[in-house]
Write a protein that binds this ligand. Structure first.
Ligand SMILES: [Fe+2]
Ligand SMILES: [Fe+2]
Length: 146
């Protein structure tokens, strides 16, 4: 059962973050619903997405000198390390631990989105010249440097 479902309560009114967050919710849902055989690959997709998603937010914080960047980036680092440990467990067949981790991640994410990410989204909305729209080619969203 999916512990996290997309809801408008997760919207931050900053499209690049909202689309990354939708993708995160979708990939976590796929991992939670995955069969044992499919779980390692589904978890790898969560880890890959999260590395990119957190990395993009970290870059925005660095490039715009976001005031509480250190704490937010630390949280990203800790969570990503845990997810990578989960990938190692998944590959060893310790799937119950990975499923428990998925559940905890589903509980953690709304709190992070509605506090740390919401503050960052507000900051970035005030710095529109620092960000560029996602390109149709699928190129990654990145802030433009002044
Ligand atoms: Fe985020
Ligand atoms: Fe974040």
């Amino acid at each position: 059962m999916n512990t996290l479902k997309w809801s408008d309560a997760l919207l931050l009114d900053f499209e690049p973050m909202d689309s990354a967050h939708r993708e995160f919710v979708e990939l976590l849902g796929l991992a939670e619903a995955a069969s044992d055989a499919a779980l390692p690959l589904a978890w790898a997709a969560v880890v890959d997405h999260t590395a990119e998603h957190f990395g993009r937010e970290d870059e925005w914080m660095r490039s715009t000198r976001f005031a509480t960047a250190e704490h937010h980036m630390l949280q990203h680092r800790v969570v990503l390390n845990v997810l990578r440990e989960g990938l190692a467990l998944a590959r060893k067949g310790e799937l119950a631990a990975v499923r428990e981790m998925a559940c905890e991640l589903g509980a953690w994410f709304p709190k992070h989105a509605q506090s740390q990410d919401a503050a960052l989204a507000l900051h970035l909305r005030r710095e529109p010249q620092r960000t560029t729209p996602r390109r149709a080619s699928g190129a990654k969203h990145a802030p433009t440097r002044a």
